[in-house]
Design a protein around this ligand. Structure first.
Ligand code: ATP
Length: 308
């Protein structure tokens, strides 16, 4: 399948600090990829590397299946940290400034972009009088100049009130649907992205710990049992076909996830034990994915941030 971004073992070292540690990720064309991690997890650093604002210490990346990054980055729009907008100017004036700065020609695009982000009716109002949501939409408008095929947005929802979050979320869905723009968006709150992203990556201590699809997210936030067993392959064979089980998956850290009717827990445990499999832990996962992943990641402390 066609991809827009592929990273190969990207790492970034700042002094003793390994801010990004061996990240391999793929963003497919048309994706809205949600990069989720707590403060300091490495989201901004990774996005800065992808956008060409920082160099990786090691590792490589490709954009639009090409390693000619200078050329490929012409098709990338970026909102990382707040753009330095002029507060005493209007949205239009700011866009004209950035348009010229980027060496773009077609000024008509400014009206289109203003309309796309819903700032076409603000008239002479200066940016200093905008709500935070409006300012974020202006930041996205700047990133949209030049009609990028890939948008990189670092925490665009952070700090917004409920209506601001909805405004930005609806805007990103519209951009993705109407123009087919691929979007990489970060947040420290999974649930903020769960309504728009179709793929997710969880980053912690610079490590991309887990990736999953919206479908997996949905299934996991319904009925799911997670268990640690002495023999994964044998367990799969034993449980395969058991009535009530809709899917069996192995996680990247060797746990088994059983989807289906969690009331089967006792039955599953008995079957496995009778067939010689030791079941160490068996817990139902029926909660929103936010708490599920945070708890899970929180239980996996590691010292990946410091290179010896
Ligand atoms: P936040 O949401 O707080 O911005 P983040 O997930 O974006 O967090 P980064 O900003 O990428 O995380 O930071 C990752 C780690 O790298 C942090 O420990 C940070 O202190 C460190 N770091 C980032 N940039 C630099 C830098 N220029 N010099 C030194 N350390 C840095």
């Amino acid at each position: 399948m066609e991809y827009v971004l592929k990273t190969n073992e990207i790492s970034k070292q700042y002094g003793d600090k390994l801010a990004v540690n061996g990240v391999n990720m793929i963003v497919h064309k048309g994706d809205i990829y949600g990069l989720v991690g707590e403060n300091g997890a490495g989201k901004t650093t990774l996005m800065r590397i992808i956008a060409g604002m920082a160099l990786p210490t090691t590792g490589k990346l490709e954009l639009f299946e090409s390693d000619d990054l200078d050329n490929a980055r012409r098709k990338v729009g970026v909102l990382i940290e707040s753009p330095a907008v002029f507060l005493n100017m209007t949205a239009r004036e700011n866009l004209i400034y950035f348009h010229i700065l980027m060496g773009l020609e077609d000024l008509k695009q400014i009206d289109d972009v203003l309309e796309t982000v819903g700032l076409h009716h603000v008239g002479r109002k200066k940016v200093k009088n905008y709500s935070l949501g409006m300012k974020q939409r202006l930041g996205i408008a700047i990133a949209l100049l030049g009609n990028p095929d890939f948008l990189i947005l670092d925490e665009p929802i952070n700090g917004l009130d409920v209506s601001g979050v909805k405004e930005v979320r609806d805007l990103l869905l519209k951009i993705n649907e109407d123009f087919g723009t691929t979007i990489l968006i970060s947040s420290h709150i999974l649930s903020e992205l769960s309504r728009i992203a179709n793929r997710f990556g969880i980053i912690r201590g610079g490590v991309l710990e887990e990736e999953f699809t919206a479908e997996e997210l949905k299934r996991c936030s319904s009925n799911c049992l997670e268990m640690s067993v002495s023999n994964v392959e044998l367990s799969k064979q034993i449980l395969n076909g058991l009535q009530g089980i809709t899917d069996i998956q192995e996680t990247s850290n060797g746990m088994l996830r059983i989807f289906g009717d969690v009331y089967l827990a006792g039955n599953i445990n008995r079957r496995l034990v009778e067939n010689g499999v030791d079941v160490d832990r068996l817990q139902p996962v029926k909660e929103d994915l936010e708490s599920y992943y945070l708890k899970k990641n929180g239980g996996q402390e590691h010292d990946s941030t410091t290179k010896s």
